[in-house]
Structure formats: C-alpha cells, structure tokens
Design a protein around this ligand. Structure first.
Ligand code: AN0
Ligand code: CP
Length: 317
C-alpha cells in the first residue's frame, strides 16, 4: 500500500477487517517489520486519539515514531504557489514536504478542511501535496474530506458487535456549536456503502453530503423514522456541504440530540461516536454512559486500524 486516503485503498474490505482482527489478537507479531523504520506524523490540527493510537500502532510494529505539530514550534507554512512571501509565513510547503520525507519511511498527515474554499478542500490540496512531493507512502490521519482510519476502526467495531449478518446502521447528524468538517461522515458513508450493512443517513434538510460518498445510501430526513429498528446509531455533527452554505451551521436544533427516548426507537442499538464528543449537544449523558455505548471500544480500535494500514505500507516498502 502506497497511499491510504479512502476505502478503496484497502482492496477487499472483508480481508482487511479479518487482517485487523488477526492483528488485534497479537499486536506484537509483526515487530520485525518496522525495525529501523521511522514513522512521521504531521499534525496541522489538534488530536488525542489519532496521535496516541497511531504512534502506538507504529511502536507495536517496531518503528521509531516522530510527531510534528505544525502549529507548535514549526515554521508557519505557505501552501500557495506564486505568493510573495513577505507576510508571517517563513517556509513554503513545497520545501517542507520533501525535507520531512527525507527523515522518515512513512508519513501520516492530519490537515482538516479550512472551509475557505470548497474546491481547495475537496481537492485535498495539502494531503495530495504530501503524496506528490514527500517521496514516501502517505496515509490520512483526517484530511479535508475523509477520516479513513476512523471509518476503518468503526467498521472493525461493528464487525465485533453485530448480532445479525446484515445489521441496520444509522448515521445521524446531531447539533454542535462549531462548524465541523464532513470528513468523518464522508468516510463513514464511504465504508458503510461497501460493507455488509443496511445503511441509512439522517440529517436536517440542507445537510446533504457529497454524492460521491453518499452513493446509494438511503437518506431519511425524519430522524425518528431513520432510527426505527437500528442496530447501530452513529452520531456526528457536520457543517453544510451544499452551495451556497458550504462550511456553515444551518441548525443547532437539540431535538436531534441522541437521547434515551431516541434510542428507545431502535433495536436496542449500540451507540457510536468517533470522539471527541460534546455531551448533551450530540448525545445525552445517559446514552453515552449506558451499556449500549461502545465509544471507548471504538476508540480502542483506532490502534488496530492504524496498525493494519502501517503494516501494509511496511510490507510494501
Ligand atoms: C473533528 C471533526 O469533526 O472532524 C475531529 C473528529 C475526529 N472534531 C472536532 O473538531 C471537534
Ligand atoms: N476520533 C479522532 O480522530 O480523535 P482525535 O481528533 O482526538 O484524534
């Protein structure tokens, strides 16, 4: 594997999940693969889970790991060509990326959508420059339009907890005070559309996601109807995608918060969220603390999804 940015990079998804579950049984079995190899993780944005789980995954594989927080101590990077660099940005990303590439064997990049220009975000300008100019295998640690390590961990978790061959999985929009990217819901849809599940997306009107990710999924604007009979409820906020509202908050309607009453409409569903989560905006205290909440187990699987991806990259070096 040379790049990991979406579900297709995993090839056969069933085999990828099987491989991940094998790794989970003995996560130190491949320690030889990473000997004298260096993983560099570059963060343009904050992180708790991705930083720790990906570093742990690299260490499980015997790698040396380095983390660079671009906003804490690195030079401010210019990302546009042709700019006269007389402002506060000291270095151009076109030098920074190949320099970083020299110091490592595999690179993970976190670079969220900026919400300044939809085309720039959806062309994955930053991530693609790493792929093009680093000379090294690159994986997304949440880029502008996707968070494939999260969605892979989500699928592994569903595989572990499902009680029927084809569970009903409902992704529901929920309110949040800040404008959040579509990366997590895009990737979750990308994966669920390829998985053995009945997938339903529910959100208020105006929150339609890019059809490239929604594909054949059922979209139901009535949250209660969508939740009926669900085996998994996957909550997430995102800002509007459609023009002219790209990046805007259209609703903070707390009737969309996942509460005990909402969960009662489901088939005793498990509750999932990628975290970090705002309690009593996205989900009530009672639901996230209930035995049906598997958010901690889901986060634990981030180590496994990252290790599966990095292992495949090491095998291909
Ligand atoms: C980010 C997002 O919604 O994309 C990261 C989630 C993993 N969340 C926040 O910024 C709160
Ligand atoms: N779910 C997730 O990616 O969390 P962090 O933003 O803390 O890495």
């Amino acid at each position: 594997m040379r790049t990991y940015t979406n579900v297709k990079d995993l090839g056969n998804l069933k085999s990828a999940v099987e491989e991940a579950l094998e790794i989970k049984k003995n996560r130190f079995a491949y320690k030889h693969l990473g000997e004298n190899k260096t993983l560099l993780m570059v963060f343009f944005n904050s992180s708790l889970r991705t930083r720790l789980s990906t570093q742990k995954a690299g260490m499980n594989l015997g790698m040396n790991t380095m983390v660079l927080d671009i906003n804490q101590g690195a030079w401010k990077l210019e990302t546009e060509r042709g700019v006269i660099m007389d402002g506060d940005k000291s270095e151009h990303i076109l030098e920074a990326i190949p320099v970083m590439g020299n110091y490592c064997d595999i690179i993970g990049v976190r670079a969220f959508a900026l919400f300044e220009n939809k085309e720039d975000d959806y062309q994955e300008k930053i991530l693609n420059q790493f792929i093009q100019y680093s000379g090294k295998p690159v994986f997304s640690m949440e880029a502008a339009t996707g968070h494939p390590l999260q969605a892979f961990a989500d699928l592994i978790t569903i595989e572990e907890y499902k009680k029927s061959a084809r569970p009903k999985v409902v992704m529901t929009w929920a309110p949040h005070p800040k404008a959040l990217p579509q990366a997590v819901p895009n990737s979750f849809a990308d994966f669920m559309n390829e998985a053995e599940v009945d997938f339903v997306i529910t959100h208020p009107e105006g929150y339609e996601l890019d059809s490239k990710f929604v594909r054949g999924a059922k979209v139901e604007y009535n949250q209660d109807k969508a939740l009926a009979g669900a085996d998994f409820v996957y909550a997430k906020n995102w800002a509007a995608y459609a023009d002219p509202d790209y990046g805007k908050i259209l609703s903070k309607d707390r009737s969309w918060t996942v509460t005990t009453e909402k969960m009662a409409l489901t088939n005793n569903a498990y509750f999932m969220h990628c975290l970090p989560v705002r309690r009593n905006m996205i989900v009530s205290d009672d639901v996230i603390e209930s035995p049906q909440s598997i958010v901690i187990q889901e986060a634990a699987n981030r180590e496994i999804s990252a290790q599966t991806v990095i292992k495949r990259m090491l095998e291909n070096l």
